[in-house]
Design a protein around this ligand. Structure first.
Ligand SMILES: Cc1cc2nc3c(=O)[nH]c(=O)nc-3n(C[C@H](O)[C@H](O)[C@H](O)COP(=O)(O)OP(=O)(O)OC[C@H]3O[C@@H](n4cnc5c(N)ncnc54)[C@H](O)[C@@H]3O)c2cc1C
Length: 390
């Protein structure tokens, strides 16, 4: 079946980048194609995993967020650049949607490595389903521990290994350890069993995105709570009840959480657009795909040059995706070609309930003030807030 994009703009992907482009285009209209009818607000996904927040608070329906856009639940599967059409697979149909301007924002997927056992035993942490699964998995470990026949088994069930010490891994570990600590009041028999929370990263330090002093504070905070941190360390293998780290360090555990990075969505390479060695679409300073007049790319799936940081490309964060989306929507609605420019105001991260670190406009906060700043600054762009604003 053939149809045309609303207002001439077709947006592929309803995440931070695509969702905000469609929202900012406002009455100009757009058609969004995405396999989910909601946008996931990932910075608070760890809180959904721990149960501090309800899952419904982490998502916002795209129809609510983008009231002037049209929404198609489906996946882009092919692109005909010559005739300006995209093939979209929906639950019941194959659509061909025509466009004047195409915005490609398919984001990234978890990057897995060919490590023996990782595919079978590693748990991902990227989607709402992952967060809910992880929460249930951790709570099931407490049940398994209380039924364990031996002390060794009990210790194994209360050992949790997280590989990848970026935002997702650190925040998920901190939140879930708070969840387990709180749940312990219902498991009196387990209180005497020591828990192990292990954080592993191949890099030299945790949270490489934030300034060194704050990163060191975060590491010290986690260590004071008993978290074992292994930097410059890699995962070598995983089994159902054990992981092996470099240096022949074998840890008995039934929980391996893998948050060691993302890679551009593989569909991007299949669409026939120019991509770099990491599979990201190559775009110029106005977010225009190299060699194309009416195709635009942004977000985690694009290699975006930033005129505020010459020679560097934007990191995969929602702060950047949001600012790129604003620039692109302004250019598309005004017909201008102004270059994208964004200087980050700060970085924030939570370290469990009421604890956090923040570096905003040169001011550094830790502990409760850090958490407070994280939760106010970090949710400025929350789609629910934006949707409420109308
Ligand atoms: C657990 C976690 C915590 C994070 N925490 C932070 C944080 O605290 N701060 C921060 O700045 N960043 C954080 N990030 C990173 C942030 O989520 C990303 O940078 C941001 O989501 C990128 O936006 P995007 O639109 O490019 O990709 P996404 O938000 O991933 O959106 C991509 C969209 O494309 C859709 N799609 C995929 N395939 C197709 C297809 N074939 N056709 C149509 N649509 C398709 C997807 O369903 C999705 O809706 C976190 C990420 C994770 C996973």
């Amino acid at each position: 079946m053939q149809r045309e994009a609303l207002g001439g703009t077709l947006v592929l992907g309803g995440g931070f980048a695509g969702g905000y482009v469609a929202r900012q285009l406002g009455r100009h209209g757009a058609t969004i194609v995405s396999p989910e009818n909601f946008m996931l607000y990932t910075p608070i996904l760890p809180e959904a995993a721990s149960g501090t927040l309800e899952p419904r608070h982490v998502v916002v329906p795209l129809r609510m967020m983008c009231p002037h856009a049209e929404f198609v639940l489906g996946r882009a599967i092919a692109l005909d650049l010559e005739h300006n059409r995209v093939s979209v697979e929906t639950e019941s149909d194959l659509l061909s949607i025509g466009y004047r301007n195409l915005v490609v924002a398919l984001g990234a997927i978890s990057r897995t490595l060919p490590i023996p056992g990782l595919g079978e035993h590693g748990l991902g942490f990227k989607s709402l389903a992952d967060a809910i699964y992880l929460r249930n998995h951790v709570l099931r470990r407490l049940e398994a521990a209380s039924e364990a026949a031996t002390d060794a088994e009990r210790r194994r069930e209360l050992t949790f290994v997280f590989v990848g010490a970026g935002y997702a891994g650190v925040e998920a570990l901190a939140e879930l350890s708070d969840l387990v600590r709180d749940a312990m009041r219902y498991y009196p028999l387990l209180r005497a069993t020591p828990q192990r929370w292990v954080l592993v990263d191949a890099a030299e330090k945790i949270l490489p995105e934030i300034p060194q002093r704050l990163g060191e504070y975060a590491a010290a905070q986690l260590q004071s709570r008993g978290v074992e941190i292994y930097t410059s360390t890699t995962l070598e293998g995983a089994e159902a009840h054990a992981v092996t780290l470099s240096g022949d360090n074998r840890i008995l555990t039934s929980t391996l959480v893998w948050t060691a990075g993302v890679r551009a969505h593989p569909r991007l390479a299949q669409l026939g657009l120019p991509v770099d060695e990491r599979g990201r679409i190559r775009v110029d300073q106005t977010l225009r795909v190299e060699g194309r007049d009416n195709v635009w790319g942004l977000g985690d799936g694009a290699r975006v040059p930033n005129t505020a940081t010459p020679g560097q490309f934007d990191p995969p964060t929602c702060q950047h995706a949001l600012r790129q989306a604003r620039r692109l929507a302004k250019n598309l609605s005004s017909g201008a070609s102004r270059p994208y420019r964004y200087r980050m105001l700060g970085q924030v991260a939570t370290l469990g309930r009421y604890k956090g670190i923040a570096d905003v406009m040169g001011l550094r906060f830790r502990g409760f003030p850090g958490w407070f700043v994280t939760r106010t600054y970090g949710t400025l762009g929350h789609p629910q807030r934006l949707a409420d604003e109308g």
